[in-house]
Ligand binder design. Structure first.
Ligand SMILES: [Zn+2]
Length: 236
């Protein structure tokens, strides 16, 4: 109780957009968030429930089956995502995770998902980045919160053993080589044997190359798996 009072004194709860007190995102600013249109992430054409168009998938040798994006990456969303680094702003993470869970619950193609056939996982970060640079892995925090909302099985599945340059800073050609040999399956990946759906949770993505690399690594071992990428926003 005392620590909580000190915390609220040092870090007063105000809206990240309009600075109104009592919540990290006030009801008025929540209404300004823009829902992302249902499109294929590669062709950018309308696609019901965010399914990747089959012709696009075969053309690009893509292993993702669906790409569910909750919001447009506008100014509010950009600020919201950047505040994830302050983990004590827990209500904000909870709100975003709740939105992702809502997208999963209401997607008619995910109605058959349950704790027996579906697994939630996060995008791994290298230990150096997690513990010494950023001090957190936002994908891990989100995946955990989504798991709390949905009570599906949650496991790490993959690990990153090479510290790489941030993908957004590289050219298209550099991005494809930057991640080579960076990821591997973790010890608990065998849990996928009995699963048919995988939901990879992330906050925001620009290039999609990390997701593509992870999906190809997983599908090599588990080709039967339907992999869905669930992100808060996509920065086109
Ligand atoms: Zn506000």
């Amino acid at each position: 109780m005392f620590l909580s009072l000190v915390d609220s004194f040092l870090f007063p709860v105000v809206c990240i957009c309009c600075q109104q007190p009592w919540s990290y995102l006030c009801p008025s600013c929540k209404l300004l968030l823009t829902i992302h249109p249902e499109i294929c992430p590669y062709s950018h054409k309308y696609s019901s429930w965010f399914r990747v168009h089959l012709d696009e998938r075969s053309n690009k040798d893509n292993y993702l089956d669906w790409c569910i994006v909750a919001f447009r990456y506008d100014a509010i969303m950009k600020r919201l995502i950047s505040t994830f680094k302050y983990y004590h702003r827990h209500h904000l993470v909870t709100f975003v995770a709740w939105q992702l869970a809502l997208h999963i619950r209401t997607n008619q193609h995910l109605q058959a998902c349950n704790h027996q056939n579906t697994l939630i996982s996060r995008i791994p970060s290298h230990r150096w980045r997690k513990y010494f640079v950023k001090w957190y892995n936002q994908s891990e925090i989100l995946a955990y919160q989504v798991w709390l909302e949905l009570w599906l099985t949650c496991a790490p599945l993959t690990k990153k053993h090479k510290h790489t340059t941030a993908q957004a800073r590289l050219t298209k050609e550099e991005r494809t080589t930057n991640l080579l040999g960076s990821f591997s399956l973790s010890d608990d990946h065998l849990i996928l044997k009995n699963k048919t759906h995988l939901l990879l949770i992330d906050d925001v993505t620009t290039t999609g190359s990390t997701l593509h690399t992870l999906a190809s690594l997983i599908k090599e071992q588990f080709p039967h798996l339907c992999i869905r990428w669930v992100v808060v926003a996509r920065n086109w």
